[in-house]
Design a protein around this ligand. Structure first.
Ligand code: MN
Ligand code: MN
Length: 292
């Protein structure tokens, strides 16, 4: 797959903006801060840099692994001991970068080994990336680094290839060995995202996490949704981004036009940590895109 110079320039800029938004968000996850204000600060920063959020800022806590974003009425504030995944994406003209880090509020130390496990695993996985390498080699490096900390990889969450306007394109990057045979190719952009837990090692679907996406253009079947489709196309969005009360109500009432995302909850109600970078596959290794 070839990436032309203009596309690569946008991808690199989206990567830098995502990384800075991630770090800004992580710095704001402190005891007493409201979850909604942190999500809004992340998304406002992305827009102020001339990009758009590729998906609502995910701020999943403790046994929530992914896919929670605050709704407009969210009143939750962070507490000491919360383990918060700050998962952020920005795009420029559809070139999406996706990155995450984990914060333990108040530094209580109970999740230190989980956070170390995913950071080590992310570094070990990225170190294996180059064109021609088997995806399973990357997965094995991730799994080994997590197990070395005495915790478990979350086996049913994976990294993924990214294409223009497609956050989850064709290829998966599993966090455990033994996945489907696939090889990385020069010019591919992939997100690597190990998750580690002290629970069962898998996630299950929980309640709705306030993230929706158009399945397709609703067209004449629902002309009142046309302005929303024009704005979001098939990328994920959330009610916080829809200021108009009647449009917000449409998002609630016309659910059959939307894919809705459940929060992923750890099956043994264990605590979950995550780390994620988006990288470009090259002949000699990986170019890290989500770095400030
Ligand atoms: Mn992500
Ligand atoms: Mn991802």
């Amino acid at each position: 797959m070839a990436v032309d110079a203009d596309a690569l320039d946008r991808w690199r800029r989206a990567g830098r903006i995502s990384a800075r938004a991630r770090d800004l968000g992580a710095a704001r996850v402190v005891a007493g801060a409201s979850r909604r204000s942190v999500a809004e600060a992340i998304e406002a920063f992305i827009r102020s840099e001339g990009a758009e959020p590729a998906f609502p800022a995910n701020l999943s806590r403790n046994d929530e692994a992914a896919h929670y974003t605050p709704d407009p009425d969210d009143r939750v504030t962070f507490e000491n001991g919360d383990v918060v995944k700050v998962d952020v994406g920005a795009h420029l003209d559809g070139y999406v970068a996706d990155t995450a880090t984990t914060v333990e509020v108040g530094g209580t130390g109970r999740a230190t080994h989980l956070i170390r496990a995913v950071r080590d695993a992310l570094a070990a996985g990225i170190a294996r990336v180059r064109s021609g390498v088997r995806v399973d080699e990357v997965s094995a490096a991730i799994e080994s680094a997590i197990v070395a900390q005495g915790v478990k990889p979350v086996e049913n969450l994976t990294g993924h290839s990214i294409e223009r306007y497609r956050l989850h394109a064709g290829k998966s990057i599993p966090n455990v060995r033994g996945g489907p045979a696939a090889v990385l190719e020069r010019g591919e952009v992939i997100a690597i995202e190990p998750f580690a837990t002290n629970g069962a090692g898998a996630v299950e679907n929980g309640p709705f996490g306030n993230i929706v996406r158009f399945r397709a253009d609703p067209g004449p079947a629902a002309p009142e949704l046309a302005p929303l489709f024009a704005r979001f196309r098939t990328l994920p969005f959330t009610a916080r981004w829809v200021a108009d009360p009647s449009e917000r109500e449409l998002v609630r009432r016309r659910r059959r036009f939307f894919q809705t995302y459940p929060v992923f909850i750890e099956a043994g109600r264990g605590t979950v940590a995550q780390a994620e970078h988006t990288v470009l596959v090259t002949d000699t290794g990986a170019e890290l895109l989500t770095t400030p």
